[in-house]
Design a protein around this ligand. Structure first.
Ligand code: GLC
Length: 522
């Protein structure tokens, strides 16, 4: 059976601003911002780590009001990050190492600086007026409906005084929503996909892609949810038609992947965006990212994902951290032991795992001083620069980086953790390698197995290959003697004990273990 590459891939998200500044991009000010050359420089490290795919957050020309998620040219590279030549080299160098490249695609909105929007707002008669969502004020004045934008949680509409109409923006006022019910918009956006497919990218992470189809009547959001941003509520049939044509376009280019940021919090809603294997290949499932670190919450997440996706054979995804949320080590209270157990969990669940650069170092969010805030959505802490070594500039140029370093950077950096075989970085590498060598971890079914209170345990099975994973979510030692599924086996990997040479009579506090059972239980 031919397994599509994206099913078994471990993807590593790079937020280019924060990855590594080599000085090859054209920094706007004296501050250090990462660049594409910085990604190329560290590809060998990513190869050593064992990831299959890199996903690059936006590097397109942008005024950076939302740090690149406000695109002013879909087919270019912002000089901050380099140029198209650097990008082509990045793709070639990645492919040479067997690493695939996925890029971000931001279809719901452009920057206010995009020439399309400049034309659209220039007059009501402009041919591009209908490329965005314009409406007259409500009777008596004010925004046309009650939709709320995400990020500052204000109204999702801004009045353009010159033309007397409001434009829709589900994010910042500087991010006007495109009108996907206009066929010219669809064609233009399809062209932007083709542009990058021809440059050799392996796929796209599609930003809030469930938001592109809108109810043409733009009705108020229901009163009960009226305080929520519209992005988490928009679930429309129009979007599915768009996704089917996007999928056809991708399929024409061979094995490329679409990964949708479908920001709906019910997995039963999210699964609809896989279509009948004719829409998105993968959808992010964010409910687990918001789950607390405890066994009941995680058992529920696993059951919910299996129940929603299993019956329709949709392939799950797992993500604990990204550029929009506090890092999971921070969210889980700061313990490195928990971050290590979380790594084993993430890399052994059924589905495609997504790592966020820096989690393999066990990074915590940076402390952001009052005068250091940059993001209008308050997401700076998880976007701190990656420390590559223990020197004062941590492997960046000597320009002060755009955000402060994360805590412990003098010790918790790539060079230092690579030297230490007991480090969390080595744990990630070992878990990724074990995953690659173990068919059941890559593709096997998942079933929960009986386990002590505070522990979640599951079996992954593919044919005769079977492993059991047990994660202790508590801060005390748990006895396994009464649990033959867990106890009767060989310890393949422990999140705490690097050599894993011990009898498996118990799990330590916050320990996760991968166990090869002596015999496959029914
Ligand atoms: C997505 C991105 C986020 C961005 C928003 C608007 O949620 O992950 O960073 O602010 O879309 O593009």
């Amino acid at each position: 059976m031919d397994v599509p590459w994206w099913k078994t891939a471990v993807t590593y998200q790079i937020y280019p601003r924060s990855f590594c500044d080599t000085g090859c991009g054209r920094d706007q000010s004296a501050e250090g911002v990462g660049d594409l050359e910085g990604v190329i420089r560290h590809l060998d490290h990513l190869l050593w780590l064992g990831v299959d795919v890199i996903w690059l957050s936006p590097f397109f020309p942008s005024p950076m009001n939302d740090f690149g998620y406000d695109v002013s040219d879909y087919c270019g590279v912002d000089p901050l990050f380099g140029d198209l030549g650097t990008f082509d080299r990045l793709v070639a160098e990645s492919h040479r190492r067997g690493i695939r490249v996925v890029i971000d695609w931001v279809p719901n909105h452009t920057s206010i600086d995009h020439p399309w929007f400049a034309a659209s707002r220039s007059s009501r008669q402009d041919p591009k007026r209908d490329w965005y969502v314009w409406r007259d004020p409500a009777p008596g004045g004010g925004p046309p409906n009650n939709w709320i934008e995400s990020l500052t949680m204000g109204p999702a509409w801004t009045l353009d005084a010159a033309t007397g109409q409001y434009y829709l923006h589900c994010f910042l006022p500087t991010q006007p929503d495109l009108n996907w019910s206009n066929a010219e918009v669809v064609a233009a956006m399809h062209d932007t996909l083709r542009f990058w497919l021809e440059r050799g990218v392996d796929g796209f992470r599609m930003d809030v892609v469930h938001l592109i189809g809108k109810d043409p009547d733009l009705p108020d959001d229901p009163e009960v949810v009226a305080g929520l941003p519209h992005v988490v509520l928009n679930d429309r049939p129009e979007t599915h038609a768009h996704l089917r044509s996007i999928r056809r376009l991708l399929d024409e280019s061979g094995e490329r992947v679409s990964i949708g940021e479908v920001y709906l919090l019910d997995p039963a809603q999210v699964v609809e965006y896989y279509g009948r294997d004719d829409e998105l290949h993968l959808c992010f499932n964010f409910a687990p990212l918001h789950a607390r670190w405890n066994a009941t919450a995680w058992r529920h997440q696993i059951e919910q994902s299996e129940a929603a996706l299993g019956p329709v054979a949709a392939w799950p995804t797992w993500v604990l951290s990204n550029h929009d949320n506090p890092r999971h080590r921070t969210r889980y209270g700061g313990s490195e032991a928990r971050a290590r157990a979380a790594a084993v969990l993430l890399l052994t669940l059924r589905g495609a795992p997504f790592l966020y650069a820096g989690e393999e170092l066990g990074l915590l969010d940076a402390e952001i001083g009052d005068d250091q805030h940059r993001d209008p959505g308050g997401r700076d802490g998880c976007r701190a620069p990656i420390p590559w070594d223990g020197t004062p500039t941590h492997g960046w140029t000597d320009a002060t980086p755009w955000l402060p370093w994360p805590p412990e950077a003098e010790r918790r950096n790539v060079a230092n953790l690579r030297e230490d075989p007991t480090s969390i970085l080595h744990l990630y590498r070992d878990a990724i390698a074990l995953r690659r060598a173990t068919p059941s971890l890559q593709l096997g079914d998942l079933s929960l197995v009986d386990s002590p209170d505070g522990v979640v345990a599951y079996r992954r099975t593919l044919g005769l290959d079977s492993v059991v994973i047990a994660v202790n979510f508590t801060d005390s030692t748990v006895d396994l003697l009464g649990y033959p599924n867990l106890f009767d086996g060989r310890l393949m990997l422990s999140s705490i004990h690097p050599t894993a040479e011990r009898a498996l009579t118990h799990l330590d506090a916050d320990e996760a273990a991968i166990i090869a059972p002596f015999e496959v239980a029914p």
